[in-house]
Design a protein around this ligand. Structure first.
Ligand code: ADP
Ligand code: MG
Length: 325
């Protein structure tokens, strides 16, 4: 009875008209695309606009998957990996730009983010618990070097200057997809939305007068949050050693590899980056993971507009300077 008394009939009627009769409400969907969970939540005043906007996001995710998946044999990325060591391969503007940006980021992160990690990385199968022999890693390690990727800007073509180079955009493509998705929502007139692809989240506006509450999970307990951040109009990416891994003889083999060793990076358990561009958050979270606490924080503290939270391998939290203020 007391609960009922909290809402006056006039307010109740107002709420009904606002959320029901006008069709203004939250629209939500989850789908498995790009080997991960895609989650969309958005506010729209009309059912048609809301439903179409959610669909447009899923469509964009699938489009990027078809273009950049290493598991789809005729994706542009796969074609590049198959042929670019034989001769220059012309690629779409979008793929060319993302690969060029990846190489820029390799330079800025001292090679910690390097899409040629895949020259060794493709031999790991985390689902099947398979890893390459140490001898094989050493043999292929020379192929890991972003300098092997040669660009012809006039022709929009790419050439690999080493026979064993393979590239993989798993550390940046989801961030790119999330940025694109939010641009699509903006163009459709959406003002409040959350788009997540695996560890990459972007917020458009707030959650109707309140911030979005975005959690960074405890790397060793998926039901617990290590930190919850109130965010609006920004983006956050997390890279963790729990996303794809297997254990063998007490060692955790996970999907973030040090380009120097061709093996998993061990200094930290997770890295979260907050910044405007999801594409950069995604790549930086992977880079800082590889760099570890000291070098990773140095990188963040000299990168304006990008901040981070690291959970190190002793489960200790570290914050970049701007977050400490
Ligand atoms: P996820 O959301 O899949 O956990 P992350 O941002 O943590 O993505 O990136 C992990 C992915 O990045 C790996 O699955 C792999 O495709 C790619 N990757 C792993 N190591 C590197 C590296 N050193 N440089 C660039 N990309 C990497
Ligand atoms: Mg990443």
């Amino acid at each position: 009875m007391r609960v009922q008394g909290l809402i006056s009939p006039a307010l109740l009627l107002g709420l009904l008209i606002y959320s029901g009769l006008c069709g203004a409400t939250w629209f939500e969907d989850n789908q498995g695309i790009m080997g991960t969970n895609i989650h969309v939540e958005l506010w729209s005043e009309s059912t048609q606009q809301g439903e179409e906007a959610v669909q447009a996001v899923m469509f964009e995710m699938e489009r990027i998957n078809q273009l950049m998946s290493p598991y789809i044999k005729n994706s542009e990325l796969s074609q590049l990996n198959t042929h670019a060591a034989e001769g220059a391969v012309p690629v779409s503007k979008e793929l060319f730009r993302l690969i060029a940006l990846s190489v820029e980021l390799a330079k800025e992160t001292d090679g910690a983010f390097d899409i040629t990690f895949a020259s060794v990385g493709y031999l790991y199968n985390y689902r099947e618990g398979q890893k390459p022999e140490q001898g094989k890693i050493e043999e292929l390690l020379k192929a890991i070097d972003y300098r092997h990727i040669k660009f012809d800007r006039a022709q929009h073509s790419i050439f690999f200057a080493h026979p064993n180079v393979k590239i993989d955009l798993g550390g940046i493509a989801k961030g790119h997809a999330v940025d694109n998705a939010v641009d699509i929502l903006k163009k459709r007139g959406i003002k409040h939305a959350l788009v997540t692809a695996g560890g990459d989240t972007k917020l458009l506006g707030d959650r109707l007068g309140k911030p979005w509450m975005v959690g960074i999970r405890d790397p060793r307990n998926q039901d617990k949050q290590a930190v919850v951040l109130p965010l609006a109009d920004t983006a956050l990416s997390t890279s963790g050693d729990y996303e794809r891994y297997f254990e063998q003889d007490g060692v955790r083999y996970h999907h973030i590899l040090s380009p120097k060793t061709g093996s998993s990076a061990y200094e930290v358990q997770s890295v979260s980056i907050i910044g405007q561009r999801s594409t950069l958050n995604d790549a930086l979270s992977t880079a800082v993971f590889v760099l570890g606490v000291n070098k990773g924080m140095d990188l963040l503290n000299r990168t304006p507009g990008y901040d981070g939270i690291i959970v190190d391998n002793q489960r200790k939290l570290h914050y970049s300077n701007a977050l400490k203020e």
